[in-house]
Design a protein around this ligand. Structure first.
Ligand code: PMV
Length: 329
């Protein structure tokens, strides 16, 4: 069968509850620590890939603007690996649209590379499994490997692909995002994590602590124990940020409003309304709670000075091809 040369896919972003930060010292973009994430229904990327014999090089438009330099190189890297597998020798036009701010700590690279992996491999006529698409996405952005799957997903050290842990419908969770600053981050996550691994005296402690935190968090998910999961999530967040603030020079994604949200959450939460925070390579705060408490927590976060918008997310679906006849798995 000849390749369709054209496909569109949607993938949802994911937020790590137990963080990936740092890479193995081997080729292929493998994380140095295991991670656990929640795929979000509210934030997604829609990507169209069209292989076209008329093109002299790959083209990539993101949110209506043609992209060059390193972001284009990463897209080309993924396309080249698809071309090699499919024995295709033509360039592609990639058109991607995010329904949320790009590169601001809302995991746009996760949803972006997951959608690209699904669209590019189907356009090239490959019929990869979800695991194969996850491995393809991981080779460009490790967090993207997890966005192939809905609900809670995990990525182990040395694994090619992420795998699902608990489906989106299994546990009525909500993740409330307090947007504090929608501008692009000052330093990209790959550059930042490499810098931390080279210069932070806390990096070794992070590598040592991460596997046990991951194991406890996965066990907590399987028994739907929000308090234990939340404790692992906050510990993982602080350990990751400890490698950042002790790097030389320090990497500081935490803004004044980030800390204000965390203080307010710690003041307000109680055994009746359990809620736990995390932050990533950006200033926003994401708070995990049960779906039934989403509105209450949203109101807490909305009242904090410096919070510009609050978005309530629920566990989101796996990545999919837009043609409803052909699902991505
Ligand atoms: O996969 P990248 O390069 O976007 O790195 C993601 C790093 C964090 O978002 C901070 C943590 C994670 O596990 O998603």
């Amino acid at each position: 069968m000849s390749a369709p040369l054209h496909a569109t896919a949607v993938a949802h972003s994911n937020i790590a509850l137990v963080k990936y930060w740092g890479k193995l010292a081997r080729a292929g973009n493998y994380p140095a620590v295991p991670s656990l994430s929640l795929t979000l229904d509210a934030f997604s990327t829609r990507t169209e890939v069209c292989f076209d014999a008329q093109l002299k090089s790959d083209e990539f438009a993101l949110d209506g603007t043609l992209v060059t330099g390193r972001p284009l190189e990463r897209v080309t890297r993924l396309l080249s690996s698809v071309r090699m597998q499919a024995k295709l020798e033509i360039h592609a036009r990639v058109i991607s649209v995010n329904n949320f701010p790009t590169a601001s700590g809302l995991a746009s690279s996760a949803s972006g590379f997951a959608a690209l992996a699904v669209a590019a491999s189907h356009a090239a006529g490959l019929s990869p499994s979800a695991a194969e698409q996850s491995a393809l996405a991981r080779s460009c952005s490790a967090s993207a490997a997890r966005s192939l799957f809905g609900g809670l997903a995990m990525l182990n050290v040395g694994s090619d692909a992420a795998s699902p842990l608990l489906g989106a419908q299994e546990w009525p969770l909500a993740l409330i995002v307090a947007v504090t600053d929608a501008s692009p981050k000052s330093i990209g996550s790959t550059e930042a994590m490499n810098h931390c691994s080279k210069t932070s005296p806390c990096y070794r402690a992070w590598l040592d602590a991460a596997p046990a935190l991951f194991a406890s968090a996965c066990a907590a998910v399987l028994r739907q124990d929000l308090e234990s999961l939340g404790a692992c999530m906050e510990e993982s967040t602080w350990l990751m940020h400890s490698t950042m603030i002790t790097a030389n020079p320090a990497v500081l994604y935490l803004a004044p409003a980030t800390l204000s949200v965390i203080h307010e959450l710690r003041r307000r939460r109680c055994p009746e309304i359990p809620a736990f925070f995390t932050t990533d390579a950006g200033a926003h705060v994401k708070v995990l709670t049960l779906a039934k408490h989403a509105e209450t927590v949203k109101n807490w976060l909305s009242a904090v000075t410096g919070v510009t918008r609050v978005v309530v997310c629920h566990p989101g679906p796996p990545a999919y091809l837009v043609d409803p006849q052909v699902r991505a798995s």
